[in-house]
Design a protein around this ligand. Sequence first.
Ligand code: HEM
Ligand SMILES: *[C@@H]1O[C@H](CO)[C@@H](O)[C@H](O)[C@H]1NC(C)=O
Ligand SMILES: *[C@@H]1O[C@H](CO)[C@@H](O)[C@H](O)[C@H]1NC(C)=O
Ligand SMILES: *[C@@H]1O[C@H](CO)[C@@H](O)[C@H](O)[C@H]1NC(C)=O
Length: 316
Amino acid sequence: MAAIFTVIFALLMFQSSSPVTALNINYYDHTCPRLETTVTNAVKEAMKNDKTVPAALLRMQFHDCFIRGCDGSVLLNSKGKKTAEKDGPPNISLHAFHVIDNAKKAVEALCPGVVSCADILALAARDAVALSGGPPWDVPKGRKDGRISKATDTRQLPAPTFNISQLQQSFSQRGLSMEDLVALSGGHTLGFSHCSSFQNRIHNFNATLDIDPSMNPSFAASLRNVCPAHNKVKSAGTSLDSSVTVFDNAYYKLLLQGKSIFSSDQALLTTPKTKALVSKFASSKTAFEKAFVQSMIKMSSITGGQEIRLDCRFVN
Ligand code: HEM
Ligand SMILES: *[C@@H]1O[C@H](CO)[C@@H](O)[C@H](O)[C@H]1NC(C)=O
Ligand SMILES: *[C@@H]1O[C@H](CO)[C@@H](O)[C@H](O)[C@H]1NC(C)=O
Ligand SMILES: *[C@@H]1O[C@H](CO)[C@@H](O)[C@H](O)[C@H]1NC(C)=O
């Protein structure tokens, strides 16, 4: 009898935790016990010289998981005319690939041919958050690396101009909910955006208005200052929240004040359900952290690959 209940319970658990994968936090316990400290050290080392590393790693993980699952496809180099994701249109924010290369090199020296690049990236993204003052968590591991990376696939990423229904569709296609959308958008507590990603809000917003009226006027004015209508400075842009290298809930507080950067951020205020979550996360850093960790684990459990790549930039 008890055995039957155990089986039923196991089945229920299995069904409720979609997307279902065989990932496991103890996956490399015997085959590469020093994996995690090795990756953490590589991230720490890179952060010493470059404060933008954590944001880059977190964004890279999102990008990886949203295209072909978390299979390290974002890490592959272009090959001749075959342009890879990293050289596709929204690559403007991708950098810090050297951090993954260094971590992979150190891991290969310890346990050759065992650990996937996709797992190294998932660990590095976790470290990026934890080392920026955010919550730590156990990363389920056992991802495999993919063999395909196409620049044209980057069209599948949600655009910063998306409204709430477009965002919902993009997330639900990957098994992610509206709660996941609101929690993961909190990743914008770290990092930077180029002018091109939010110019739709500050110039020619629509036929009647130049500036998005949901934006705080003085905030909009300051953005227009950095990003004039015919901006020639390719590198110009702004930080995504007021504490650009600190993982906190300032993003949600600013969002409620009309001081978010993207239309996709502002869109979170356009349904009662998502707006309530924004308010909750703005008033409780603990609630945000708990939700963020849950959603990161969910997003990074979308799997896809087949091999353990030896060099993260090339298929075997
Ligand atoms: C909800 C849909 C999302 C959209 C539309 C979006 C869009 C963007 C855009 C346009 C940029 C700036 C690119 C640039 O101009 O340089 C950016 C940066 C960033 N995004 Fe998102 N994003 C989304 C979700 C996420 C998620 C889920 C995460 C991670 C959990 C994330 C983390 C980041 C980080 C950390 C940066 C800063 C990158 C850096 O400074 O290097 N984003 N995002
Ligand atoms: C982005 O793509 C362009 C080509 O489309 C390439 O020249 C550039 O190096 C890429 N940037 C990064 C950071 O990979
Ligand atoms: C979002 O944009 C799409 C495409 O432009 C449009 O069809 C849809 O009605 C919009 N939804 C909302 C809630 O504005
Ligand atoms: C421009 O946007 C505002 C605010 O969203 C809206 O009220 C107005 O109808 C829009 N105008 C046009 C022409 O779409």
